[in-house]
Design a protein around this ligand. Structure first.
Ligand SMILES: Cc1cc2nc3c(=O)[nH]c(=O)nc-3n(C[C@H](O)[C@H](O)[C@H](O)COP(=O)(O)O)c2cc1C
Length: 194
């Protein structure tokens, strides 16, 4: 049957999110890939389940104090062998504000790269890592986070707001859907079927 000839290459998008911003980015990545013809689903890293049957992975985490969330780092370490054997893309959700650079003139998307990135790059050779601007909603912060945010050094780099650039996030996801590492996936496959 024709259906059996269609090569399904599902992608698992896993994420660690403390206050929800990264979860929404991961869900948008999966939706955008699906709209581009690439089967994809988003799940928390803690509920990733069996990785067998996925042909590629996107792993994302919020960045706190320069680090990925522990469960995301543990996911990469625990599944290092599987991830190293498949195409993997990483993303981080971190910087806040509308300025692309910090007070020292450093590109915020570079300054916000998590400390684990060098280790991950060596361990699993991701095809890419992208830093996306994130969200700070004071109503969602815990007591310690609120106290930290009041410190003079933190105030300037932790403005309140939703700074996610959805067009940029969707463009990144479409790029993954079209990546040759996913075989004939994405829009090409839809075109071929129609
Ligand atoms: C206490 C605290 C520490 C943070 N530390 C960093 C950081 O080191 N680097 C960064 O880029 N963003 C930092 N952020 C911003 C968060 O990463 C950003 O708000 C992110 O989008 C939150 O994602 P989540 O809602 O999925 O948890 C920090 C935010 C808080 C409240």
């Amino acid at each position: 049957m024709l259906d059996e000839e269609v090569i399904e290459m599902p992608v698992l998008v896993v994420y660690a999110s403390k206050h929800g911003a990264t979860q929404e980015i991961a869900e948008r990545v999966a939706q955008t890939m699906a709209a581009a013809g690439q089967q994809a689903q988003a799940r928390p890293v803690t509920a990733a389940g069996d990785l067998t049957g996925y042909d590629a992975f996107v792993v994302g985490s919020a960045v706190y104090m320069g680090h990925w969330q522990k469960e995301a780092t543990e996911f990469v370490r625990r599944n290092r062998a599987v991830l190293a054997g498949h195409p993997v893309w990483l993303f981080s959700s971190g910087p806040l504000g509308t300025e692309p650079v910090d007070a020292q003139g450093r590109d915020l998307t570079v300054a916000a790269e998590p400390k684990e990135l060098a280790e991950f790059t060596q361990a699993i050779h991701p095809r890419g890592h992208r830093v996306f601007f994130g969200v700070l909603d004071p109503g969602r912060l815990g007591r310690r986070e609120r106290a930290l945010r009041k410190l003079p050094a933190a105030r300037a780099i932790m403005p309140e707001g939703d700074f996610r650039d959805w067009a940029q996030i969707e463009a990144w996801a479409r790029g993954i859907a079209r990546d040759p590492a996913l075989g004939t996936g994405g829009a090409d496959r839809i075109g071929a079927d129609s």
